[in-house]
Write a new protein. Structure first.
Length: 306
């Protein structure tokens, strides 16, 4: 059974009425599509510091403080004192929020005018500083198919690693884990894949392996590296395929490299070949099923190169 990621989320995105106006910002991808496969850890830092619902809106100042719009209350210290989450595999923050936004938050001067749009929500900033390898997005960016896929891939990979390391495990268990993730890691970061492999082969220093694995998954999987990973899979099974199937698989891999076909096409072929039982190494690769199929990802065409 697939491990369920533990994902922090701004409460309003799940439909909780905690917004400054007493409303919510329910995001249906989270509640209806991703929700059945993850364990949410909802949180609203503004409610947690005692602000009511509804409430006067808050904003970031040019010097990094968090105040109410009228400037009569400073919530900076209270926000800085909130406990940080633990044991999460990812976090979805509310976009444009002065407490939870992760990018492009307006900063306001004493005259009430915006001095820039380069701020970060105070609570979100603390989370990102404390957990720099955590998979983090806001709901606005999750509208992008490629970013949505990348986020889901990272949280499920992190959950599998957390599951392994949270119980009794041996160096052999870690080596097997690393082997199952070979193609997935090669598509993201071949150098860190090799470095993590050396850690696993040496007996497995937990913190070192975790950092390398999560940093590799945080690196963007380019069409070029993804096609190279697919080519590696082909090299392991190609001799056992007849010539028409070999030629077809190679053509699909190269079409994926050029951005002419989505990754789902060569992956479907590899998964079909693996399902017959003749390729146990391939059947175990997380690259074929990095997240639940019900999420309907991997069908967007990537831009070639890289």
């Amino acid at each position: 059974m697939e491990v369920r990621p533990r994902v922090g989320v701004s409460s309003c995105l799940l439909g909780e009425e905690v917004r400054f106006n007493g409303g919510h910002k329910r995001y249906r991808f989270l509640t209806d599509e991703l929700g059945p496969h993850v364990d949410w850890v909802p949180y609203c830092p503004e409610v947690s510091i005692g602000l009511g619902t509804p409430r006067e809106p808050i904003r970031l100042t040019a010097d990094g403080r968090l105040v109410n719009r009228s400037g009569t209350a400073d919530h900076t210290a209270a926000m800085a004192g909130l406990p940080l989450p633990a044991g999460l595999d990812g976090y979805v923050f509310k976009a444009k929020s002065p407490s939870c936004g992760i990018r492009a938050i307006p900063r306001y001067g004493e005259d009430g005018l915006a001095t820039g749009h380069d701020g970060r929500g105070l609570y979100a900033g603390r989370v990102l500083t404390a957990f720099p390898l955590l998979a983090v997005e806001d709901e606005g960016r999750l509208n992008d198919a490629a970013l949505r896929e990348a986020f889901c891939e990272r949280i499920f990979a992190a959950a599998r690693l957390r599951s392994l390391l949270s119980g009794p495990w041996s160096a052999g268990d870690l080596a097997a884990f690393h082997a199952r993730h070979k193609l997935q890691l090669l598509a993201h970061d071949p150098a860190r894949y090799r470095a993590a492999g050396r850690v696993a082969a040496a007996g497995g220093a937990e913190a070192a392996y975790r950092d390398l694995f999560l940093a590799a998954m945080a690196t963007r999987a380019t069409p070029g590296r993804t096609a190279n990973a697919l080519q590696h899979a082909y090299s392991r099974i190609g001799r056992q395929l007849d010539r028409p199937r070999r030629l077809d698989l190679v053509a699909r891999i190269e079409a994926c490299r050029r951005g002419e076909e989505p990754l789902s096409v060569p992956i479907a072929l590899l998964a079909h070949y693996a399902s017959g039982g003749d390729f146990p190494w391939l059947a175990e690769q997380t690259f074929l099923r990095p997240f639940p199929a019900a999420l309907r990802l991997r069908h967007a065409v990537s831009v070639g190169g890289g």
